[in-house]
Design a protein around this ligand. Structure first.
Ligand code: DX5
Ligand code: ZN
Length: 221
């Protein structure tokens, strides 16, 4: 079970990869507890980022919880590799999984926390049956693939409805929201019921990592 406290999850997608270690240490020393890693394959999303080798490299330099978001087709082929790389939470997209229960069960068998993610156009009905088996639901508030996109306001109603569904079912499921979170949108997302708040551009974008993290983190207190 994950703790359903409010947490900022900095996304390294917007970090400076020329000094990734230093950027990660800077969020860690600013008080981050969790790091969001966006894996993209150029098929499920129109962008390619990094794979298990980079996750493994990051694992060696930080003790932060590694929240690994797979935006890839056929995730079943790679679950062991991400476990070996050191992922703590492994999240797959419902749109990419034909046998979602099997995929989630395997993630848990491997000893990781399991998450499922839904794109902005995907209904929360698609995760209802899997809710008792997952630790986390990741609601995309932009179309996945790129950092720095505009928050899609209509996802707020989805987050609220998902929060109600989880409470009604008396489940401990964590709600994570990803995309376009900044000092304006963060309050709306928290009010809607989100726990983990992914922020890429708003943390790393201008290089003022400590200030940016502290400003966002203040909303979680
Ligand atoms: C988008 C990724 C996000 C991304 C968020 O496809 O899943 O995690 O890094 O970036 P921002 O916070 O810049 O919207
Ligand atoms: Zn993400």
């Amino acid at each position: 079970m994950l703790t359903s406290e409010l947490l900022i999850a900095p996304s390294v997608l917007s970090a400076n990869f020329a000094h990734l270690e230093s950027d990660i240490k800077r969020v860690e020393s600013s008080g981050a507890k969790i790091l969001h890693l966006d894996v993209m394959d150029g098929h499920f999303v129109p962008n390619i980022s990094f794979g298990p080798a980079i996750v493994k490299t990051i694992r060696r330099i930080t003790t932060l919880q590694l929240d690994t978001h797979l935006m890839i087709d056929k995730p079943d082929l790679y679950l062991e590799q991400f476990k070996d790389a050191g992922a703590d939470i492994l999240t797959v997209h419902v749109e990419a999984c034909t046998h979602l229960h099997r995929t989630v069960s395997r993630i848990k068998e491997l000893g990781m926390k399991a998450g499922v993610s839904i794109n902005p156009a995907t209904s929360i009905g698609t995760v209802k049956e899997i809710l008792p088996f997952v630790d986390l639901v990741l609601v995309m508030s932009v179309n996945p693939g790129f950092g720095g996109q505009k928050f899609i306001e209509t996802t707020l109603a989805k987050i609220k409805a998902l929060s109600k569904m989880i409470i009604d079912l008396k489940l401990p499921t964590v709600i994570e929201v990803d995309g376009g979170i900044d000092t304006i949108t963060i309050t709306k997302v928290i009010d809607a019921g989100a726990h983990y708040l992914v922020a890429g551009n708003a943390v790393f974008g201008d290089g003022n990592i400590e200030t940016n993290f502290s400003q966002l983190n203040a909303f979680t207190k």
